[in-house]
Design a protein. Structure first.
Length: 315
């Protein structure tokens, strides 16, 4: 797996935010490309930043190296083309050092070229609507110092390396243009894609087949339009062992059977009123006279609990 080392600078003492550190952190946390991203922050000091960069390169042996720095006041992402062998700092670094008119490396070349595909990176950023431009050099400050050290160290490696400078973020409170860290992270994602030759495509949602959609729209419950064969009771009560579909309970008159009723039928059965046999009487006990019409028991429909349990209790 290819490995990309991306370094940024920590905030200066007293600062609450740093665009390069925030943007590279977001990029590392949200990266889903095929290459591995290794993110390291550098102390904003000349000697310590160069030392940490060398140590990170030796440890991770990357296939590409990017140094990301913040350029307050810039209105676009700048792809730097030349690292200059000159330290001429306008302000002290985090350790108080402020070199003036000093070479980065004594006796070394006056300038070293970036090995990033600079024009391709700018074109890719422009295509995505992100502000970008080519820059001849990054001046003579801390970012240029680290840039020059990196290009000299990697001269024999043959891996793409270079400096990318980005605008400030609103959190920095700097004067001039500012872009959100998320936008800058997306710009750096485009840079890495271009350097590594990747083309990130948004994931497409899987299409649902037409037959699957029709099955998914079928109702979960269908109304019962015909009696269910088997041991299903017609009135919600258990069937007798002798006859299938014959309910157990009050005897129904043989000449005219009551119509089947279920909770979904919508029809109420016609009830034939009659006297229930005395459970305590013997088999030879004479039949009792039918009760008067006013004394006949009132029919009560079975409750849901009786239908489900298969038993009926008359109070």
């Amino acid at each position: 797996m290819a490995r990309v080392l991306i370094t940024a600078f920590e905030p200066m003492p007293g600062a609450t935010a740093e665009a390069s550190a925030d943007a590279t952190r977001i990029l590392a946390e949200t990266w889903h490309g095929s290459a591995e991203i290794v993110h390291r922050d550098l102390v904003p000091a000349y000697k310590e930043a160069a030392r940490r960069l060398r140590a990170s390169v030796a440890k991770h042996l990357p296939d590409a190296v990017l140094v990301v720095a913040t350029a307050p006041g810039a209105d676009a992402v700048s792809v730097e083309r030349l690292a200059v062998n000159l330290d001429d700092a306008a302000t002290p670094d985090a350790h108080g050092a402020q070199p003036v008119d000093a070479p980065v490396v004594d006796g070394a070349a006056a300038a070293l070229w970036s090995t990033l595909p600079a024009k391709e990176i700018v074109e890719a950023l422009d295509a995505r609507g992100l502000p970008a431009r080519l820059s001849l050099n990054a001046g003579s400050g801390l970012a240029n110092h680290v840039f020059y050290v990196m290009q000299r160290e990697l001269a024999e490696w043959g891996v793409p390396s270079g400096l990318i400078q980005i605008p400030a973020t609103p959190e920095m409170g700097a004067a001039g243009p500012a872009l959100p860290a998320e936008v800058l992270a997306e710009a750096l994602r485009t840079v890495v894609d271009t350097v590594m030759g990747e083309h990130s495509e948004p994931e497409m949602e899987p299409e649902i087949e037409e037959e699957d959609e029709s099955e998914a729209t079928q109702p979960f419950l269908m109304p019962i339009t015909a009696p269910i064969p088997g041991d299903t009771p017609a009135y919600g009560l258990p069937v007798s062992a002798e006859g299938e579909g014959e309910p157990v309970g009050e005897a129904q008159p043989e000449p005219e059977a009551a119509p089947a009723w279920s909770p979904t039928s919508g029809e109420m059965p016609e009830v034939v009123q009659g006297a229930a046999p005395d459970e305590g009487a013997g088999a030879d006990a004479p039949d009792e006279a039918e009760p008067a019409e006013d004394d006949a028991p009132v029919y009560r429909h079975p409750t849901w609990d009786e239908i489900i349990s298969g038993t009926r209790t008359d109070s």
